[in-house]
Design a protein. Structure first.
Length: 516
């Protein structure tokens, strides 16, 4: 049995008392335990802030980029081991495991390249110096300086690899030390990734810590220069928003939460066209990949009424071909959901939605996974529903599993945009069509409700990436119920970890002080 530990104060510690169990979701076998009880989290915060932070900030962007490059290399070398752990603890097929592990190394490598581009600097200038007084000498220059605090990263269960390292890459490049907290139920892969990086001695002491298990009193030790980057449910996000750390002590908080992402077919899409096939491909990927446990997965599919019969028939056929079962078995296309709680929530969510929708395929009934031990495993079928007129739960409730609902609409752009907006803010929407006027009407209504919009028109249909794929150089986040946060986006992601300061003084002197 593996006992997970936490890297705090530069050393690995095991918590006291009765531990929480981590389970293989395909077999329900207990594979690891962890506890954070009794760990001195105040000392861990001080160590990161006072030892790790200064060491990182003494380095240039290029040097910090080199650290990220070395981390990416170390994790890539351990890829096969990490993919096995991901299958064991997250129930991922090899492809789904790669999405998480390669996503982590790819994002580290991308921010390593950004570090090389930023070069020998240790902070960023924001715009040009602006004249303030009557003469030319007295100017103001906006400067972005790394916060002299610690970043606490709290992650969701679904991406233990990518979710941790997409945040870490940006914080470390900014010069801010990190305490990363994986979700307890699937912490195994992340824990091993931190062990690998620590064993290689890549980072200065205190630059990267990990709390493997419940958060304990960690947030009680945070102060005005510290940060929390959270990914998870809207409920936990609301708890953090109201926490004394944020409300009373001014800790900076960003949230990535639930999202009812949309895919919209425009009325000009012809059955059998390239755009049609791209839509089908992406919809299938989004429903099945990671067993639908992707914050960016499609939940709502808006289809012009005339296209509904053909689209639903084709998609049902695709979904019914997917073999659900032991993710390491050949031919299995979808593994289990990650935990028993997830299975319960997904089934309950499907039942809720089916009160206002017809189940076209799948549904909440128990499923024996192909190749899994009899009666074991958290398996559920890929599910497609067709909403009845006036359905509302589909716009309010996120089923965090392999489940999406087709919503017929009349074909006008305004109606499609209004349906997207009913999700109250999403991470991503995709729109399929090539009529520019229609697209503009749709985008002007729908885009402000999203962090990202993929326009799959006939001009790019052979190149367009699946909308569920988050890219390091594009922003990830969304307004409203998606949390209102923003991560990644290349250089844009660094802003969260910096303070913007207007420094006013003599133009020549400032130039010399700031090393321009
Ligand atoms: P969750 O239950 O909110 O847990 C998320 C993280 O918060 C876990 O690490 C959890 O730790 C921690 N946590 C729980 N209570 C806390 C508290 N009071 N104070 C501080 N931390 C606390 O969410 P989840 O079930 O893991 O994730 C599923 C949700 O995440 C879905 O709704 C999905 O939409 C969302 N999600 C969003 C994104 C995005 O980028 N927008 C990405 C992935 C997932 P423990 O595990 O130790 O309890």
């Amino acid at each position: 049995m593996i006992q997970l530990s936490s890297l705090l104060n530069g050393a690995w510690h095991v918590g006291e008392g009765s531990a929480q169990q981590l389970v293989n979701p395909s077999t329900e076998a207990v594979i690891a335990t962890c506890s954070t009880r009794g760990l001195d989290l105040g000392a861990a915060v001080r160590f990161a802030r006072e030892v790790g932070g200064p060491a990182l900030r003494a380095l240039t962007f290029a040097q910090r980029g080199e650290l990220l490059k070395a981390m990416a290399r170390a994790l890539h070398e351990a890829r096969e081991e990490l993919l096995d752990l991901s299958a064991d603890n997250n129930g991922t097929t090899r492809g789904d495991g790669k999405f998480d592990i390669d996503g982590a190394t790819g994002t580290l490598a991308s921010y390593a390249r950004l570090g090389a581009t930023l070069g020998d600097k240790r902070f960023l200038l924001d715009g040009e110096a602006e004249k303030l007084g009557g003469g030319a000498r007295y100017v103001g220059q906006h400067v972005l300086l790394p916060r002299p605090g610690v970043a606490v990263h709290i992650n969701a269960f679904n991406f233990p690899g990518w979710g941790a390292f997409e945040k870490i890459a940006v914080a470390l490049l900014s010069g801010v030390p990190v305490i990363s907290k994986p979700a307890t139920s699937t912490a195994l892969t992340a824990w091993r990734m931190f062990q690998i990086i620590d064993s290689k001695g890549i980072l200065p002491a205190g630059a990267l810590s990990v709390l493997t298990g419940p958060v304990g009193d960690l947030l009680d030790h945070l102060g005005p220069q510290d940060l929390i980057a959270f990914t998870g449910s809207a409920n936990t996000g609301a708890v953090l928003r109201a926490s004394p750390a944020v409300v009373e002590r001014g800790v900076r908080l960003t949230i990535e939460a639930d999202s009812l992402n949309s895919a919209v077919l425009g009325p000009d899409v012809e059955e059998g066209s390239e755009v049609w096939h791209a839509a089908l491909r992406n919809l299938r990927t989004d429903i099945v990949q990671k067993t639908g446990q992707k914050c960016t997965a499609v939940r709502r599919i808006m289809v012009p009424e005339a296209l509904v019969p053909a689209l639903t028939a084709a998609l049902v056929e695709e979904l019914e071909r997917v073999v659900v079962g032991l993710p390491t078995d050949e031919g299995v296309g979808m593994g289990p959901v990650a935990t028993a709680n997830q299975l319960r929530d997904v089934r309950a969510g499907m039942a809720l939605l089916s009160g206002e929708a017809r189940v076209l395929t799948g549904g909440a009934a128990p499923l024996a996974g192909h190749g899994a031990p009899e009666g074991k495993g958290y398996f559920v079928r890929p599910t497609l529903l067709l909403a009845q007129p006036g359905a509302s739960a589909v716009h309010d409730h996120e089923v965090f599993g392999p489940c999406a609902t087709v919503i017929p609409y009349a074909g006008d752009a305004e109606a499609a945009a209004a349906l997207v907006a009913r999700g109250q803010g999403s991470l991503v929407s995709s729109v399929y069509g090539s009529d520019r006027d229609w697209l503009w009407s749709f985008l002007s209504g729908a885009a402000p409700w999203n962090g990202r919009v993929v326009v799959a028109s006939d001009k790019v249909v052979d190149q367009v990436l699946p909308p569920g794929m988050v890219l390091p150089n594009q922003v990830h986040g969304g307004p409203g119920r998606a949390g209102g946060g923003e991560e990644l986006g290349g250089l844009r992601g660094l802003s969260f970890y910096h303070n913007r300061v207007a420094i006013q003084g003599d133009k020549g002197e400032l130039r010399k002080i700031l090393g321009e």
